[in-house]
Design a protein around this ligand. Structure first.
Ligand code: GTR
Length: 426
């Protein structure tokens, strides 16, 4: 079959390997994409059926985790745990006009002369014991998420973004609150949730450089970059979320909280992988996560394996590069990543203008993950047809495609909170 050339990058607002990362625009796809050849979730590699939660958990789940680690994201190298310490470095019970507690932790990793400091910002509503907590990374520093002058500013390397006042790769006071429209913290607290956020670059700066961030802490003598099937940045960020969870679970006020992982875009990819790896996360929400997140690789709609590996060579393992333009050779696809979250509630959110992330591919992935949820008698998505815009579906797998572009909006958060309230006790 002749593949029509359909992808056309129209934008001039991104630079290869550069500092701008706007979503390239995608011209409509004329090819009828097929997902006929999706690898089967309910068959083991030697052909036996997966017909119970027990077989899924004992055999299929480990089989898939092994594949994702070896072929896609890369694995965390074995070795002794990295010594770390955790300390409350600032707190107040007068945040948000006395309505909330603010706690800031410093999580420090140490090895030889190396020290990596990760700031965790946590807000908790007053008078709610162990509230459910949304946990998500932010892109430009904790101080960008809220208008709160007490939030500490990270020293880590930051991507340049002049509209957010980030110059010279340094976080700056001037960016305070500039991303607050994506984080309706006040509303989240009012609804009885806590919220924890961390700048993702504290764990690993988002650039093709493996001498910084957490990776070097794991190197063997003489090593200066991850091996073939070792971790890229996405796995590093996922690993970091588990360390942040260790910390929050060790803190009295959140020790028994439920945790809802939330991530947008590359951080949406991160959270799906993080909660596949760590089943202590109670729920996961991936917003506009696209290629390497919820979207099916085999559709090759919008961003493809080759495009993502070329623009972001550090995100995945080196072994993933062999699938550039060879999607059908992959022994897995992203419905399997979503299924690794079963039976926990998972929410996939798309935006209709976010063609780069392939909204329909994100939906179909969730749809094809559903048989694993059904093994547990949970409801996934039952309709193969793409839903209407702004018509959320809230089964144990939740989904919406909203109007508008690649972003996080008030509409999205409204759905996330309704979903969390309705499904945390599934
Ligand atoms: C884009 C990238 C996407 C998505 C996005 C983001 O440029 O192609 O995969 O991750 O960046 O994270 O903002």
């Amino acid at each position: 079959m002749i593949r029509l050339i359909w992808l056309f990058i129209l934008t001039n607002s991104f630079l290869l390997g550069g500092v701008l990362y706007a979503q390239p625009t995608v011209r409509a796809n004329n090819e009828k994409t097929t997902v006929k050849s999706l690898p089967d979730l309910l068959t083991l590699k030697h052909g036996e059926p997966v017909n119970s939660p027990e077989v899924w958990e004992r055999l299929k789940r480990p089989e898939l985790l092994h594949l994702f680690k070896n072929e896609v994201y890369g694995m965390v190298p074995d070795g002794d745990p990295i010594p770390s310490s955790i300390e409350v470095i600032e707190e107040s019970d007068a945040a948000f006009n006395n309505k909330a507690h603010r706690i800031q932790f410093a999580l420090d990793f140490k090895k030889g002369h190396r020290n990596l400091r990760v700031h965790i910002l946590l807000y908790l509503p007053k008078d709610v014991l162990n509230p459910p907590v949304f946990l998500g990374y932010n892109f430009y520093g904790n101080h960008t998420v809220v208008h709160d002058n007490n939030v500490l500013v990270s020293d880590s390397w930051v991507r340049i973004n002049e509209t957010l006042d980030v110059y010279n790769h340094k976080a700056d006071q001037k960016s305070r609150g500039k991303r607050s429209y994506r984080w309706p913290v006040d509303k989240i607290l009012q609804e009885g949730f806590g919220i924890a956020t961390v700048y993702y670059g504290d764990i690993d700066p988002d650039r093709n450089d493996f001498t910084d961030g957490i990776h070097p802490f794991f190197y063997k003598e003489g090593q200066d970059e991850p091996g073939l099937n070792e971790w890229g940045s996405l796995t590093a960020w996922a690993w970091g979320l588990s360390r942040i969870l260790d910390c929050l679970k060790g803190y009295e006020a959140t020790a028994d909280s439920k945790y809802i992982l939330f991530g947008h875009s590359r951080l949406g990819k991160t959270v799906l992988w993080a909660s596949a790896l760590d089943q202590r996360f109670d729920m996961v929400i991936a917003n506009n996560s696209g290629c390497g997140g919820a979207a099916l690789f085999r559709r090759k709609n919008g961003e493809t394996i080759q495009l993502i590996n070329n623009r972001f060579p550090h995100w995945f393992s080196k072994s993933f590069k062999k699938y550039n333009d060879k999607e059908t050779m992959l022994p897995l696809d992203q419905h399997m990543l979503i299924a690794l979250n079963a039976p926990r509630p998972v929410y996939i959110a798309s935006a209709i203008k976010d063609k780069w992330a392939d909204p329909e591919g994100e939906y179909l992935s969730a749809y094809y993950a559903s048989p694993v949820y059904e093994l547990y008698n949970k409801r996934g998505l039952s309709d193969r047809n793409f839903p209407d815009v702004n018509k959320p579906i809230h089964q144990t797998i939740g989904y919406h495609v909203r109007s508008g572009k690649h972003d996080v909006t008030v509409y999205d958060w409204k759905q996330f909170m309704i979903f969390a309230k309705g499904h945390l006790n599934d």
